[in-house]
Design a protein. Structure first.
Ligand SMILES: CC(C)(COP(=O)(O)OP(=O)(O)OC[C@H]1O[C@@H](n2cnc3c(N)ncnc32)[C@H](O)[C@@H]1OP(=O)(O)O)[C@@H](O)C(=O)NCCC(=O)NCCS
Length: 184
């Protein structure tokens, strides 16, 4: 993919060499991964690099790194957006987002980056619909999707297993806004 620049973020396909020890350590931080699938693994630098290498549009997913400009002008990797589960016959896919750098939470980076990534996916991957789900308790996630134009489609009862019990999720989606009608 071509690099995307928003007002404050730089989005580019993540490469194994972008993975730092800071990122691998964050994946082992329960507060960061509490509501993500990453919490089911123990992460080392090599494992995180292998995970990044397993992605790629030809392999069925697109892993985009979210970078911001650091104080010294260098680019700092703070999170990821991943498009996956491409349903080619329906022009649909799934998206997930994580800002793993806790110091950067609440600054609007997730919303800014997701908005641009979704626009890119609709235009370049010619998608009709992008879906996501999140833990109902994860209010900031809900806010991010809402700010990016996703609408609630479903209450997902007992969707996730966490700390010995099943908790509810919320299913959200966005239809390509450039389509005049959802029928192709
Ligand atoms: C969820 C996550 C992506 C949000 O990233 P972020 O960069 O902090 O998000 P933003 O700053 O763009 O937006 C967060 C919004 O949620 C709001 N928010 C935060 N906590 C909230 C709460 N408890 N209740 C309601 N809203 C809340 C913020 O005020 C902000 O809204 P605003 O811009 O209108 O003020 C990030 O915290 C994260 O990656 N967490 C760990 C992994 C995760 O949960 N991923 C999501 C899986 S679906």
């Amino acid at each position: 993919m071509k690099e995307i620049r928003t007002e404050r973020t730089i989005l580019k396909e993540l490469r194994p060499e972008d993975v730092t020890q800071t990122y691998a350590d964050a994946l082992n931080d329960p507060e960061v991964v509490m509501w993500t699938e990453a919490r089911f693994s123990r992460w080392s630098l090599d494992k995180a690099r292998d995970y990044v290498a397993e992605n790629g549009i030809e392999k069925g997913s697109l892993l985009i790194g979210i970078f911001i400009k650091g104080k010294d002008g260098s680019e700092k990797h703070i999170g990821n957006i991943r498009f996956s589960s491409f349903a080619k016959n329906h022009n649909r896919c799934y998206v997930g987002i994580m800002v793993f750098d806790r110091a950067e939470w609440g600054k609007g980076y997730a919303s800014e980056a997701l908005k641009a990534a979704v626009k890119y996916a609709f235009k370049e991957l010619k998608l009709h619909k992008i879906i996501a789900d999140y833990y109902a308790i994860n209010k900031s996630s809900g806010k991010v999707f809402e700010k990016c134009g996703f609408r609630k489609e479903a209450d997902l009862k007992g969707q996730f297993f966490i700390e010995g019990r099943y908790v509810d999720g919320v299913g959200v989606a966005i239809i390509n806004p450039s389509e005049r009608s959802s029928k192709k």
